[in-house]
Design a protein around this ligand. Structure first.
Ligand code: NAI
Length: 774
């Protein structure tokens, strides 16, 4: 009986804006209200907020035009308009009195059958609805989104004592399918699940680093990627969130957690940090730096670290403890705690405390370990949840070491002795229940997470970079799984074999993975090795193999569907460009960014861009110009909606989904749909734009360089792109086959690879992760 068509958000701050933006992304009309401002422009606060949603560095909207789905107003002049809303979300300041006063006012105008929710992080639902009529309490819930709302996958949904199950059902269903969130239903306990475990972990990592005298760089190198935690680590995360804000969060958790909670031991204020806050060194947002800063914000090499003794900034130390490097390479967090140096001690201290804390929450705080793992993966971007981590370390090994140290283990961890928290039983992934029995991990229909499904299947073929699976329903799946999913000869070799196998035995093939990024492109370290060995034939052969693999995939007798999330850049996007259909995630970032490292796309990317523009423009010269500028500037699209105008998304063919967990299901459906009377599309030759267009491009490059808008080496790269898109010197109108264009790509790639400027750009990207302008 509950349904959501029209919505309202109250509070146009960080969270309210994010929620309103995501509602607009979901195609829903939103009324966004904040306080009235004193000046003549009564809606100035909400209006300013709306501008922030368009911030190019982290756009909250899939397309700027979606702002028109948001109507702004204020809670004095526009309160009556809430009568239209099916769901009203409150995201005002974290103050009980303010929230309660607002609920009384909005309850007077809202329509019967509408739902109200709060985004509170810390206030129990019982307090929020205290004194409110039962009709209100029955239609009220907590919907706790994470910041930034567009990108963080978790929504914690909290039911009050009186909340109707239908309200929870409707909010869960809407937020999962339309808003793209992973729903974790939580009890009304302090910090719910994500912050309860997440803030505990961060505080533990912080306190242990100070206690053991670790430098921030070393702590972050351990409590970071090797642990499956985002690379910001602990000090970097403090800088990102704001040292002042994190202190507030810790304080507020202290005030609501029971006195015997282990959190209190790691919540104390650290004197150095008090001084940092007093001096305005509150992190990235403050402009004064935090634990880290960039001496020159435009120079990625100028990173510095605050020396906590002298309180002066010193050069950032890049050295990573050997154990951390090994653990990250092997993807095995157990290697972090194996040694007997201070780094292993730190890793053990943080991991053992955090994992025990998570285990202590079952069943009192939540009956399901899956809810806790999901909260950490979706809300804190951990690669594995705490229980998955305990399995990776080994439950018995963990218990033995705790016992050897005379520490007690929580009952639920002890219950797992001799077993694991997850297992595969009867070809199903199962988890240990609070009662000690295993049960099947069931997800709602349409939700398929490949990282879970993979555990129940054996790859048909596998190498260090990629695997090929039979995923049932007559469909094969290729998963990339190298670091950042960069592509090398292994990835392409496996893809070629998978295409061959699927062509003979399956209805079609899906290319998908569950990592943060579908693929960040060709492995640049590999390219650099060819350059340093001056192995030009080897490099040419690598490119030719790449090109023939994607072409072979495109021309296979069965459909191939890509389902990319996160970054699909460079070579990664060249794979995507050659698929029959693409099911994008709504936050997919796509683009051919090779020019930034002084190269051209050499895996069919220029060719495909040119073809798509030719199909769109119908004119070789116009198509050549579009492809020239797009590839030259290394343009990226931050959403599939933005990708349309760059011809990176084909209307009427490709699709996108809001929820990452629905991509695989949609991709399998797409294969089945295409498989019926499938014929590979192929490509007819296209007419070359010719030398006159190339000369015009050359003149444009010179002009733009003289105006200071292009660097000297950008001109070299631009010339090579111009050469490809105009046909490499053949007369205008000469027909070019795909193979002709692929040959031109390789020639251009090799010419640039031989220049010292390109070598410098690649080395800089590998060292600092940012482009070098030379
Ligand atoms: P914020 O301070 O950025 O924004 C709050 C907004 O509410 C301001 O624009 C303010 O003018 C407005 N406001 C205050 N009183 C109002 C009233 N009576 N009527 C209408 N508007 C009013 O706060 P933020 O960070 O967006 O937090 C909002 C809520 O979300 C809080 O309950 C907070 O605990 C929660 N939250 C915050 C997260 C975060 O990372 N910032 C994450 C998850 C939850």
């Amino acid at each position: 009986m509950y349904r959501i068509e029209k919505t309202a958000v109250i509070g146009a701050g960080t969270m309210g804006l994010g929620i309103a933006g995501q509602l607009a992304n979901a195609g829903v009309e939103v009324l966004l209200l904040d306080l009235p401002s004193d000046g003549p422009e009564r809606n100035a606060i909400a209006a300013r907020g709306l501008e922030r949603l368009l911030d190019e560095r982290q756009p909250g909207l899939l397309h700027p035009e979606y702002r028109h789905r948001i109507t702004i107003g204020n809670v004095e002049d526009d309160l009556e308009r809430l009568a239209d809303a099916d769901w009203i979300t409150e995201a005002v300041v974290e103050r009980l009195d303010v929230k309660q006063a607002l609920y009384r006012r909005l309850d007077a105008v809202r329509k019967p059958g509408s739902m109200v929710s709060s985004n509170t992080s810390t206030i129990p639902i019982a307090l929020l609805v205290d004194g409110m009529p039962e009709t209100f309490r029955r239609e009220f819930a907590i919907t706790h989104f994470f910041n930034p709302v567009r990108f963080m996958r978790l929504l914690e949904l909290v039911r009050g004592e009186d909340t109707r199950p239908e309200v929870i059902e409707c909010l869960a269903q809407f937020n999962e399918a339309r808003m793209g969130k992973g729903i974790v239903v939580c009890n009304d306990t302090p910090g719910f699940l994500g912050n309860r475990v997440g803030v505990f972990a961060i505080q533990t990592a912080l306190h242990a680093a100070f206690r053991l005298g670790l430098k921030p760089e070393a702590a972050d190198a351990i409590f970071g990627r090797p642990m499956g935690v985002p690379k910001t680590g602990v000090f970097g995360l403090y800088d990102l969130i704001g040292i002042d804000l994190m202190s507030d969060v810790a304080r507020s958790l202290v005030s609501i957690l029971p006195p015997d909670d282990a959190f209190h031991a790691v919540a104390g204020e650290i004197p150095v940090m008090k001084r940092m806050i007093a001096e305005g060194r509150i992190g990235n947002k403050g402009g004064q730096g935090g634990f880290y800063r960039f001496a020159d914000p435009r120079d990625a090499t100028s990173r510095q670290t605050l020396d906590l003794e002298t309180f002066a900034y010193r050069a950032f130390e890049r050295s990573v403890p050997e154990s951390a490097a090994r653990a990250e390479r092997a993807g095995d967090p157990a290697l972090l705690i194996a040694g007997d140096d201070v780094y292993a001690e730190y890793a053990w201290d943080v991991l053992s405390r955090t994992l025990c804390y998570a285990a202590s929450l079952v069943p009192a705080v939540n009956a399901s370990l899956v809810a806790i793992d999901d909260a950490m993966k979706l809300g804190y971007n951990w690669v594995q949840g705490p229980f998955e981590l305990m399995d990776a370390l080994g439950v018995d090994a963990l218990l033995e070491r705790l016992e050897a140290e005379g520490r007690s283990a929580p009952a639920f961890l002890q219950q797992a002795r001799g077993r694991s928290f997850y297992r595969v039983g009867a070809a199903r992934l199962q988890y240990l229940g609070a009662d000690g029995a295993y049960r099947d991990l069931e997800r709602p229909a349409g939700i398929r997470r490949f990282s879970e499904e993979r555990r129940t299947r054996t790859p048909r073929q596998q190498n260090p970079a990629a695997s090929y699976y039979d995923i049932g329903q007559d469909v094969g799946l290729v998963e990339f799984h190298s670091k950042a999913n960069t592509l090398d000869g292994d990835s392409m070799g496996l893809l070629a074999d998978a295409v061959e196998h699927a062509s003979a035995h399956c209805a079609g093939l899906v290319i998908h993975n569950d990592a943060a990024h579908f693929s960040c492109g060709v492995n640049l370290a590999g390219v650099l090795a060819y350059i340093d060995q001056q192995d030009w034939d080897g490099l040419d052969a690598f490119l030719a193999h790449f090109q023939q693999t994607v072409l072979g995939m495109r021309d296979a007798p069965v459909p191939v569907v890509a389902a990319p999330a996160g970054l699909s850049l460079g070579g990664g996007f060249e794979v995507v460009l050659h698929c029959d259909r693409v099911i994008f995630h709504a936050n997919s970032v796509t683009g051919l960014v090779e020019s930034l490292v002084g190269l051209v796309p050499g895996g069919g990317g220029v060719k495909e861009t040119l073809y798509r523009w030719f199909e769109h423009e119908g004119d070789p010269a116009r198509a050549a110009w579009q492809a020239f500028k797009q590839v030259g500037y290394g343009k990226t699209a931050h959403s599939p909606v933005m990708a349309q105008s760059l011809q990176m998304f084909r209307e009427g063919c490709d699709a996108f989904v809001m929820n990452r967990d629905r991509m695989l299901d949609q991709a399998v459906r797409a294969v089945q749909e295409l498989a019926g009377d499938y014929r590979p599309a192929g490509r007819e030759p296209l007419p070359a734009a010719g030398p006159a267009v190339r000369e015009a491009m050359d003149a444009w490059l010179q002009d733009t360089h003289q105006q200071g808008r292009l660097g000297a080496h950008d001109v070299n790269v631009g010339r090579q792109i111009a050469s490809i898109v105009t046909g490499g010197g053949v007369a205008a109108g000469t027909l070019l086959t795909e193979e002709d264009l692929l040959d031109l790509e390789r020639t251009a790639f090799l010419a640039l690879a031989r220049t010292p400027e390109t070598r410098a750009r690649i080395a800089h990207m590998l060292d600092f992760g940012t482009p070098l302008r030379n």
